[in-house]
Design a protein around this ligand. Structure first.
Ligand code: ME8
Length: 503
């Protein structure tokens, strides 16, 4: 049976245009989704937009537009980003869609009917920017811990009995050690829960842009209960007995930024436990990017536009840089000089050069035909050929642990070994005195390039495709399993073009 894999990005607020941070989260999911597809999984990769709440309502007001017209417009920018970054999502959910409204109603009614939600009155702090409630003890110098402004709110509100789930949550974290990753985030969440949970306000009455609470029109659902439910809506949760839900729920991985770990690792599993639904397998919280050392913010005017970056440097170049530059989970600093360095040294000089050297030599010296697979190899040939073949288990583990940078570092070690092998074997001099050996060397290199390109498809899909097309690898032999095969060789190749222009 084909295993399933369900991966999600956060759904992005449509109060503003997409920036590099949004592109980063979706990219990490795209890399995972592409890898899992190549590794034989039936993947469901979901992203989308979070369109309700006070923040979005205010953004629409400030533009003088009705909220629905506003969200239709801004959501399109996020959809355009998918194409620009070459994302391979299977679905795009908008929280203003009927399928989502239906599933919000269903989860609300389930929680209400089983006594997890009750009506009372909220008085406390609220941050519109974070769309979050804060207790008095969390307020620092009149601001939220995130630095966002807060306002005092007093209004009738429904509450979710979060405090009741404290012990269950702690037991769940204990029994599911990899539920929250990386470990530092896990510790942070556990100590937050151990600090005591208060019941959570889950409805608002002071504005109207949101999902109406069933049978109580004065209230709209708290935007986070609405938003988190998107992960169920996309699996068609409102329609029980449906195949998508039973195949894909619970999700395998909710990828989020570190700013929203509490919502995903505390509130979400508590809502699900209360609704008697299975809990997702993993929440991974990645770090934040700064821009040349500064926090990225609209007010500082230093927001990095992914559309501009792709136009200037190329999509695979940006994808590679974002996944390679920072150990996934850590914060990172975006700098144009570092980006150019990576493009020139890793992509153009190391990988691009390897491909260029090998294919040019084949083109010039082997009548444009890749040598066929030889029968006899020397140890140094086999060492190179087997380095990825024998480490597939490690590569799979690195992916499952979201160690994208380490995965790439390992592949680049093979690239570096392959470049050294070219220098040591010097096929240009073999041409004159040992033509047969030259063919073995060029075959070995092409076989290594085939494996590298298969492994790099999730990260740099366009370039990998160009290489695999160039050496005529059939589409059905581009999955991870095909690494174990051997390239047969004997195919004619065209003049190679440089893969990555130097900047
Ligand atoms: O929080 N560096 O949406 P949002 C890295 N709608 N990642 C960044 C980043 C940065 N500087 N800035 C933003 C929401 N991100 C809710 C989510 S999910 C049910 C609802 C990424 O538009 C990061 O993944 O504010 C962060 O979690 C997300 O964008 C926040 O997007």
């Amino acid at each position: 049976m084909v295993p399933n894999y369900y991966i999600t990005t956060p759904i992005y607020y449509v109060n503003d245009v997409p920036h590099i941070g949004h592109a980063y989260t979706t990219l990490a999911c795209d890399v995972m989704a592409r890898f899992k597809r190549l590794d034989g999984f039936d993947v469901f990769f979901l992203t989308g937009t979070d369109e309700h709440g006070q923040k979005v309502e205010l953004a629409a007001k400030s533009k003088g537009v009705m909220p629905k017209a506003f969200v239709d417009d801004v959501s399109k920018n996020f959809q355009n980003l998918l194409e620009c970054m070459n994302f391979s999502n299977d679905d795009f959910i908008r929280t203003t869609e009927k399928r989502h409204l239906d599933s919000c109603k269903k989860i609300w009614n389930t929680l209400l009917e089983n006594g997890s939600i009750y009506l009372d009155k909220y008085s406390g702090w609220y941050s519109v920017r974070d769309e979050a409630f804060y207790s008095e003890s969390e307020i620092i110098d009149g601001k939220a811990p995130s630095g966002s402004p807060v306002e005092w709110v007093e209004e009738p509100s429904y509450f979710f009995n979060l405090s009741k789930w404290e012990d269950e949550l702690l037991t769940f974290y204990e029994q599911n050690k990899s539920f929250i990753s990386p470990n530092s985030r896990r510790n942070e969440v556990i100590s937050f829960v151990k600090g005591g949970l208060k019941d959570l306000s889950v409805s608002r009455t002071s504005f109207t842009w949101g999902v109406k609470v069933p049978n109580d029109d004065d209230h709209i659902m708290y935007v986070w209960l609405d938003a988190l439910t998107n992960y169920l809506s996309a699996c068609n949760y409102s329609n029980t007995n449906n195949e998508t839900f039973s195949r894909f729920w619970p999700a395998d991985l909710h990828m989020v930024g570190k700013d929203i770990i509490r919502f995903h690792a505390v509130y979400w599993p508590a809502f699900l436990m209360a609704a008697n639904l299975p809990i997702p397998k993993k929440i991974f919280a990645h770090g934040w990017w700064t821009n040349e050392g500064n926090k990225i913010s609209k007010s500082l005017g230093n927001v990095i536009d992914p559309f501009d970056l792709v136009k200037k440097y190329g999509v695979d170049q940006i994808r590679y840089f974002l996944m390679r530059e920072v150990p996934f989970g850590n914060d990172g600093d975006f700098s144009h000089s570092q980006l150019i360095n990576r493009i020139n040294s890793d992509l153009a000089n190391s990988f691009g050069n390897l491909f260029q050297r090998v294919t040019s030599m084949i083109f010039k010296n082997c009548h444009e035909v890749v040598p066929i697979k030889p029968d006899i190899f020397k140890d140094e040939d086999l060492k190179l050929i087997n380095s990825i073949k024998n480490s597939l288990h490690d590569y799979r583990n690195l992916m499952d642990e979201q160690k994208f940078d380490q995965f790439l570092k390992n592949i680049w070690m093979v690239i570096s070994d392959a470049n050294k092998y070219v220098d040591e074997q010097a096929p240009w001099s073999l041409k004159k005195n040992d033509y047969q050996r030259m063919e073995v060397v060029l075959y070995t290199l092409t076989e290594t390039i085939r494996q590298i390109s298969i492994m790099l498809q999730p990260f740099i899909p366009n370039t990998s495709k160009a290489i695999l097309d160039h050496i005529d690898i059939p589409l059905v032999e581009r999955d991870i399993k095909s690494i174990e095969l051997f390239f047969s060789g004997g195919i004619k190749i065209s003049t190679p073009n440089p893969l990555f222009p130097r900047i």
